[in-house]
Design a protein around this ligand. Structure first.
Ligand code: TYM
Length: 384
């Protein structure tokens, strides 16, 4: 049953998440009414992600869109912890952020938290592992196609030294009992990990304009702390737009995890692997036999291929509703539905991979040489 027992923290997601309850518990707001309309207009082709409540919750989205309308501008911030290969769930956040950059003409800051993934002990990654995955993951992100002069990829182990004065100012304002209650730190937590939240807050203070942060809702606890300290420091409270989690292939109750290959599709999976994973592992809401399925139809609420199409891969509202009707009515079989998803995922991944090949030359622009990157490396953070 949804929501009976679930956990959502930046470092653990388990159980069937009750998103309405999360809105209440985290103190965020649903995207609805006027705001929904305005956001959909801005998003254009990506509006289905809001219409279908994939992005369902926010903080101060109204204020940040007002700033945009009034010409005050804004900036975008998102990130990735390089703990392994990236999967489809992760990359949704980056495509969404790129669509926002295109529409809002806003700078984008992308934090690569190699420090976080080294310090997160349960992952048991060596420093070299995190460096290896940082290189790989940055290429995946570069393949998304952000504007090289308006995008700065900051890899923590390279950049935080330069920004240390501002990080110190953040860290001095967060006391340990707040960090403990927000993140669940205990006496066993290493002191690097306890300090880490001040580093994830940093990019939200890289400009004096309002910052909008797209991510799944697991990252929200960081913004709760940011919002307590930003104004007294002379900055804006971060605005955020939160998505749900793309469910694991194996079922809506499972966690998508690159360390368990049957639960997810990684960006590097070739066509054959995609086909095999979807046929073999994707949890079906269909019936046990064809005859029974034709009679009773399938359950789209638990059917992962349907959920993946609905949440990302089939933007066309008419087509997705046709699939829903035919699958529920028993005319469409599980195999047919899986074939539709396989076709969508393989063509998405093939295009992404082609761009990844060409993205190598963009990486130095995002990290060092593009206009925004140069500005950041030149900045004197002791004056922030
Ligand atoms: P990480 O690497 O765990 O996740 C990267 C992004 O993917 C989102 N995400 C998902 N989205 C949809 N479906 C899923 N199943 C799914 N799993 C993860 C995450 O919410 C995130 O947006 N600490 C961060 C890195 C970070 C960051 C940020 C993320 C630093 N600054 C600002 C977002 C915004 C991390 O380890 O993300």
């Amino acid at each position: 049953m949804p929501g009976e027992k679930f956990v959502v923290t930046p470092w653990e997601v388990s159980g069937v998440v009750d998103y309405d309850r999360l809105i209440r518990e985290f103190g965020t707001r649903p995207i609805s009414g006027q705001l929904e309309k305005k956001f959909e207009e801005i998003l254009g082709d990506a509006a289905y992600l809001v219409r279908r409540r994939v992005f369902f919750s926010h903080r101060d989205l109204d204020l940040v869109l007002d700033d945009h309308t009034k010409g005050k501008g804004l900036f975008l911030y998102t990130g990735r912890g390089p703990s392994g290969p990236m999967h489809i769930g992760h990359i949704i956040q980056f495509y969404f952020t790129k669509w926002l950059q295109d529409k809002l003409h806003a700078p984008v800051y992308i934090q690569i938290t190699d420090d976080e993934k080294f310090l997160e002990e349960k992952r048991n990654l060596s420093y070299e592992d995190t460096q290896h995955w940082a290189v790989d993951n940055i290429l995946e992100i570069a393949a998304v196609g952000f504007d090289p002069d308006r995008t700065f990829i900051l890899q923590d182990t390279e950049f935080v030294g330069h920004a240390y004065p501002l990080i110190l100012k953040i860290a001095r304002r967060v006391n340990y009992s707040v960090a403990k209650s927000v993140f669940g730190f205990t006496g066993e937590t290493n002191i690097g990990f306890s300090f880490y939240p001040s580093i994830q807050i940093l990019p939200s203070l890289l400009e004096k304009r309002r910052c909008l942060i797209p991510s799944a809702i697991d990252q929200d606890p960081f913004w709760r702390i940011q919002r307590d300290i930003a104004e007294p420091m002379g900055y804006h409270k971060a605005a955020a737009v939160h998505s749900k989690f793309l469910p694991a292939l194996t079922g809506v109750e499972d966690k998508m995890s690159s360390s368990q290959p049957d639960t997810t599709i990684d960006l590097g999976d070739d066509d054959k692997t995609v086909r095999k994973k979807i046929y073999r592992y994707a949890f079906s809401g269909g019936q046990a036999t064809k005859e029974e399925h034709r009679q009773k139809g399938g359950d789209t609420d638990v059917d992962v291929p349907f959920q993946w199409l609905y949440m990302f891969f089939e933007p066309d509202d008419k087509r997705i509703e046709k699939i829903r009707t035919e699958y529920k009515g028993g005319q469409m079989l599980t195999g047919d539905l899986k074939d539709i998803l396989i076709e969508k995922v393989t063509s998405f991944l093939n295009e992404h991979r082609q761009r990844k090949e060409k993205a190598r030359s963009l990486v130095p622009l995002y990290k060092k040489d593009g206009a925004l990157a140069r500005e950041m490396w030149k900045r004197d953070f002791s004056k922030s």
